[in-house]
Design a binder for this molecule. Structure first.
Ligand code: ATP
Length: 349
C-alpha cells in the first residue's frame, strides 16, 4: 500500500491540501485506492512552537519509509526570513536529490487562457526543470557590501551528470508519450553551460532516435510560447530558466490557482506540490482555489501508477471549470470548501 506523507504547511497550503486530501479520501471510500495517508506537522506553527524545522531523522524517515510527499505550501509572515521553508523544502529537494521538477501545463477550458483564439489542444505541455543545480546552489558571495563598489557573485553550476540525468528524464517522457522535445538554453550568450547542455542533449538524443527534437534560445521561446504555444509539448531546461518559463506557461493556462508540480528522482520518493505558495494575502479567508492542490494529488496518483484515477480527478476538475463552479480567482462564486465539494461530487458523475 503506497504510503503518503501529507504536509499541509502554511497559509493557504493547509486550506487547499484539506480539499486535495478530501478528494483522495472520497476515492478511497471503498478502499479502491488503498492509500496510507499520514499527516506530518511541518511548517511555521511547529517551528514557532518548538524551534524545529525538520530533523535529520525525519528527513531520513521520509526518504526510506514513504512513496510520496503531498505538500501544500510553506511560507509565513511570522517567520520573516522563512528559514523553516528553506530548511524543509530545499532540504527535501537536495537531500532526497529530487532532480526533476516536472510542471505539466494544460488548458482545461477554452475560455481559460488570457490568449485569444486558443483551444485546449494548443496549450498542453510538460516542462522538465533541472531542480538541484544551476543558479540556485547558493555558490558565490558579496564583496564590499553596502559600499558603492559592492560586488555580488552568483555562480551557475552545471555538471555533466546533472545535465545528463534531467535531459534523459525528458527524453524518456517524450519517447513514452510520443511527443516533441525542445531544449531551451541561452547558448549564444552563456556559452560554457549552453554548449554542455547542447552536447548532452545531442548525445542522449542518439539513444532516442524516434523522439522529434528542437532547440530554442530561452528568450525566443518566451515569445514563441505566447504566439504559438501549440508548438511546445515537452521542454527541458535549467533551474533558473525553468522557474521562469513554467510560471509563464502557468499564466497561459489560467494562472497559479490551477498549476500542479512534482519534484522527482525517478525510482525513488516524489514530492508533489502546487506551484503557488502560501499566499499570505488571502490566507485564512477561505477563498483560495483548491484546484492546483487537487490536480497535484492527481499527478501524484499518476506517478504511483493509478492513471485511471488521476484522469477521473482531472475530468471532475475540468467539469467544475466548464460549469463555472470555481473560486473568485477564476471568476466563480465559490469558496475553497465549496469548490472542493463540487469536485468531489463530480467524481461520481
Ligand atoms: P510564496 O513566496 O510562498 O510563493 P507569494 O504570495 O509570493 O508566496 P503565491 O503564494 O504563489 O506567491 O501567490 C501569488 C499571488 O497569487 C497572490 O496574490 C495570491 O493571492 C495568488 N494565489 C496564489 N495561489 C492562489 C490560489 N490557490 N488561489 C487563489 N489565488 C492564489
Amino acid at each position: 500500500m503506497p504510503r503518503i506523507a501529507v504536509v499541509p504547511g502554511d497559509g493557504i497550503g493547509a486550506e487547499v491540501t484539506r480539499e486535495a486530501v478530501a478528494v483522495l479520501r472520497e476515492l478511497d471510500r471503498d478502499g479502491e485506492l488503498g492509500l496510507d495517508l499520514v499527516e506530518w506537522d511541518l511548517g511555521a506553527d511547529r517551528y514557532l512552537r518548538t524551534g524545529l524545522t525538520i530533523t535529520d531523522e525525519e528527513m531520513a524517515e521520509l526518504g526510506s519509509g514513504y512513496d510520496a510527499i503531498l505538500l501544500g505550501a510553506l511560507g509565513d509572515p511570522r517567520v520573516p526570513g522563512n528559514e523553516h521553508a528553506r530548511d524543509i523544502l530545499l532540504g527535501m529537494r537536495f537531500k532526497l536529490d529530487l532532480y526533476v521538477n516536472l510542471r505539466p501545463v494544460r488548458l482545461l477550458h477554452p475560455g481559460g487562457s488570457p490568449l485569444k483564439d486558443v483551444s485546449p489542444a494548443d496549450i498542453d505541455m510538460v516542462i522538465f526543470r533541472e531542480n538541484t543545480e544551476g543558479s540556485y546552489v547558493g555558490m558565490g558571495g558579496v564583496f564590499k557590501q553596502g559600499t558603492p563598489d559592492e560586488v555580488a557573485i552568483e555562480e551557475d553550476v552545471n555538471t555533466r551528470k546533472g545535465v545528463e540525468r534531467i535531459v534523459r528524464a525528458a527524453y524518456e517522457h517524450a519517447g513514452r508519450t510520443g511527443r516533441r522535445l525542445t531544449l531551451a538554453d541561452k547558448s549564444n550568450a552563456l556559452r560554457h553551460s549552453g554548449q554542455l547542455w547542447r552536447r548532452v542533449f545531442g548525445e542522449v538524443g542518439d539513444e532516442y532516435p524516434a523522439v522529434e527534437t528542437g532547440l530554442m534560445y530561452i528568450d525566443a521561446l518566451a515569445t514563441d510560447m505566447v504566439l504559438r504555444p501549440g508548438r511546445y509539448q515537452v521542454i527541458v531546461t535549467s533551474n533558473l530558466f525553468g522557474d521562469i518559463i513554467s510560471d509563464l506557461a502557468a499564466g497561459l493556462a489560467g494562472g497559479l490557482g490551477l498549476a500542479p508540480s512534482a519534484n522527482l528522482h525517478p525510482g525513488r520518493i516524489g514530492l508533489f506540490e502546487p506551484v503557488h505558495g502560501s499566499a499570505p494575502d488571502i490566507a485564512g479567508q477561505g477563498t483560495a482555489n483548491p484546484v492546483a492542490a487537487i490536480l497535484t494529488a492527481a499527478l501524484m496518483l499518476e506517478h504511483l501508477g493509478r492513471t485511471d484515477t488521476a484522469r477521473r480527478i482531472e475530468a471532475a476538475v475540468e467539469a467544475s471549470i466548464r460549469e463555472g463552479a470555481t473560486t473568485a480567482d477564476l471568476g466563480g462564486p465559490l469558496r475553497t470548501a465549496e469548490a472542493g465539494a463540487w469536485i468531489r461530487n463530480a467524481l461520481h458523475k
